[in-house]
Design a protein around this ligand. Structure first.
Ligand SMILES: Nc1ncnc2c1ncn2[C@@H]1O[C@H](COP(=O)(O)OP(=O)(O)OP(=O)(O)O)[C@@H](O)[C@H]1O
Length: 691
């Protein structure tokens, strides 16, 4: 599989101002007269510094729907007809233009990627049929569903006919199949448009009822293309996904529904990011089964081509979210898997084959059974004959130094909190639709935004943290997690079990705050389970005790001593226009040779998560210091293995971290073994969760 990442910056909206634009695009230094591939964004704390992110291509606000389609999506159509699966998705913060990009408007010029893709598919299908003098027939069928609260709902179903539990997913021949999903044949663009519009009405009807429902679900359109000739049938799929806004990781209200909804979006986007991370690190275990979205997409499992469109808003009010999105997209750079063309199936008479798919005759609503063909159609007849086509596609998206475009230093110093959030408001979906968005943000809005950002930082742990891989966990614990994962995937409506699984995974990695959230979300599903209540209490106690640890060095902390006038080596390069050496310290730790103690490892691991919430919990680290540490880490860019800080010396060289802080941080830790042991994950009987 290859992933191509394309940036798209939307134009200013009516209430946004030119002066608030912070994003710029540029060609690469190696091809200065070529197309734009670089997005530049200032450091949130210092406008004079800029980060540059390079993608496969970048589109500025002047780019039309046609420009984007012609360059990025149209070329995938021929691959689709050669038998490759194609996945297109739009990722971005709420209000950055995902729906505009994927679905678009009603005029010809405004049509988004999806209708244009279908138009191209039909054109090519007609051409193939014509060239083959009608001995080849191309059939197109579509399914369209949304994933809301981690449940799959058929968008061809009227909302009132949906069952609460949604549709189950089953594994079939190595592929994940949504059971009972309607698959509609649509032989012309007109058919498609009618079906697509009707389905979108189902989605937007719910949106009116639920307020912003549409931005809180992932909408997935699956277009199946079946090429039937006398001796073979070739099936391929194009999936186009309009993801829920990544900024929706929030709990705007305290009621349970909102929490579950918010957590579901969180979870699926976290897992999506984890999959991307795992693929990019070539980890053997890709956690695609951990959310329905990634499971259905089989991200990292499917062979084929993926185009991810990263939607960005150009203005300052999105600054931190934009940086976060850019960091997310940047992680996809390393995805590199061989592409395998779907092998045709050689089989019986074409009419029978088509009939078995339910695609001939009247366009009736077909409940999609578990079809034999699904199990075999995309699998090479003989695995050994799978053709590796060409070399693996290596993407060259990278964050790199760019010294030539520093912006003039602003006259006033900005702090994270004082960043110009008030100069332009962020249009909520509701505000946009009602055309009532006005003016700046209130103090409460800014606080809420920062709060959400902190939440998102917590989420980003899943994206950035150099977490121990599955293999790094003790084998019995890993087995138990796998078993639980298996059970979760079998019990489709056991959402509570999914939260438990997430909780245990977080806990196994020492992420107590996230574990606590997930246990708490699981609790409503098992209201009278005492063991779960105890578990929550234990994690709470542990977190509380962490912050109350007395300042006292354990014997192992004697591993370092301090030396004056030591200037650390600058052993990393990162992405800012003005490189800055870590400030020379008067006292910096120098360490004896030998492996880091468990406590040191634990501290480094927490720091390397870049997770504000976790770092803030370290003893002696308040919000300000945590923010300074996280900012320094972000400034350092991404390490190949995700581990930016490898020893206490490097940690001590970070801005805002003195040797005293190091001592205090370490003293506040309870030790790795304690973490897992206390969490009760080790030695817990397998049947304990059999509620
Ligand atoms: N390239 C563009 N050209 C013109 N207008 C755009 C463009 N991109 C986005 N917009 C406008 O910006 C607004 C927000 O876009 P849109 O609703 O597509 O965002 P979204 O990311 O899908 O939000 P959500 O996550 O809430 O669904 C809309 O009014 C849309 O018309």
């Amino acid at each position: 599989m290859s992933v191509k990442v394309v940036g798209r910056i939307r134009p200013l909206l009516r209430q946004e101002l030119d002066k608030d634009v912070i994003l710029t695009t540029a060609p690469t230094a190696s091809d200065p007269s070529g197309p734009s591939k670089v997005v530049r964004i200032p450091n949130p704390k210092n406008d004079a510094e800029q980060y540059s992110f390079q993608f496969n291509s970048v589109y500025g606000s002047e780019a039309t729907q046609q420009d984007l389609f012609d360059s990025e999506v149209a070329p995938t159509v021929k691959h689709l007809f050669k038998g490759f699966d194609v996945t297109l998705f739009a990722y971005g913060v709420t209000g950055t233009g995902k729906t505009h990009t994927m679905r678009g408007g009603k005029t010809l010029a405004d049509r988004g990627v999806i209708p244009r893709l279908l138009s191209a598919v039909y054109r090519r299908a007609r051409k193939i049929e014509k060239d083959a003098s009608s001995s080849t027939k191309v059939e197109v069928a579509m399914s369209y569903y949304e994933i809301y609260n981690d449940r799959v709902y058929d968008l061809f179903e009227a909302p009132e006919k949906r069952t609460l539990a949604g549709l189950p997913i089953r594994d079939n021949g190595g592929k994940s199949v949504v059971v009972g999903l309607t698959e509609r044949p649509c032989s012309t663009l007109k058919d498609f448009e009618a079906l697509y519009d009707q389905a979108n009405m189902n989605r937007s009807t719910s949106a009116t009822k639920l307020n912003a429902h549409s931005s809180r679900s992932h909408a997935i359109l699956c277009v199946k293309i079946i090429q039937i000739s006398e001796d073979r049938t070739l099936v391929s799929r194009a999936s186009a996904i309009d993801l829920a806004g990544s900024e929706d990781n929030r709990r705007t209200e305290n009621n349970k529904d909102r929490m579950v909804e918010s957590a579901s979006i969180n979870k699926s986007l976290f897992v999506l990011a984890q999959c991307v991370e795992a693929i990019s690190k070539k980890q053997s275990r890709i956690p695609y089964r951990e959310s329905k979205m990634t499971r259905i997409l089989s991200l990292g499992q499917n062979d084929g081509i993926t185009v991810m469109i990263l939607n960005l808003a150009p203005v300052r009010s999105y600054h931190l979210d934009t940086l976060s999105s850019l960091n997310f997209a940047n992680r996809t750079k390393k995805i590199e898997v061989n592409e395998i063309e779907n092998e045709p199936i050689f089989k019986g008479p074409p009419v029978k084959a088509a009939a078995s798919l339910g695609l001939i005759g009247e366009p009736v609503r077909n409940r999609q059974p578990l079809r034999q063909l699904t199990a075999t159609e995309n699998i090479p007849i003989n695995d050994n004959t799978a053709k590796r086509k060409g070399n693996p596609i290596v993407k060259t998206i990278s964050v790199y130094k760019d010294k030539s475009h520093a912006l003039p230093k602003p006259s006033t110093k900005r702090s994270l909190q004082s960043t110009n959030f008030d100069t332009t408001s962020r249009p909520s979906k509701i505000a946009r639709s009602s055309d009532s968005a006005k003016g700046g943000m209130s103090k409460e809005d800014i606080e809420a935004l920062i709060e959400r950002r902190l939440d998102q930082k917590l989420a980003e742990k899943a994206l950035t943290a150099p977490l121990p891989t599955a293999q790094a966990l003790p084998s019995d614990l890993q087995q138990r997690l796998n078993a639980l994962e298996e059970r979760v995937s079998k019990k489709e409506d056991s959402e509570g079990l999914q939260y438990l699984l997430m909780a245990k995974q977080h806990q196994a990695r020492g992420e107590d705050a996230s574990a606590l959230k997930m246990y708490t979300l699981a609790q409503p599903f098992f209201p009278s389970n005492e063991k779960l209540a105890r578990k929550i209490q234990n994690v709470q106690n542990k977190m509380a005790s962490k912050t109350q640890q007395v300042e006292q060095l354990a014997p192992e902390d004697d591993e370092y001593e301090f030396q004056a006038d030591y200037e650390p080596e600058e052993s990393f390069s990162f992405t800012r226009t003005k490189t800055r050496k870590p400030a020379a310290r008067t006292k910096v730790a120098v360490y004896q040779d030998g492996p880091a103690t468990p406590r040191t490892q634990q501290l480094l691991r927490i720091i390397n998560t870049k997770d504000l919430a976790q770092i803030k919990l370290l003893k002696g680290v308040g919000a300000k210091k945590a923010e300074s540490i996280v900012n320094s880490l972000f400034e350092m860019g991404d390490a190949d293995d995700g581990v930016l800080i490898t020893d206490l010396e490097q940690l001590g060289a970070l801005k805002g971290v003195g040797w005293k802080s190091l001592e205090t941080m370490k003293a506040g830790l309870v030790g790795e073994a304690g973490l897992v042991g206390e969490a009760g994950l080790v030695g817990e009987a397998g049947g304990d969760w059999d509620f």
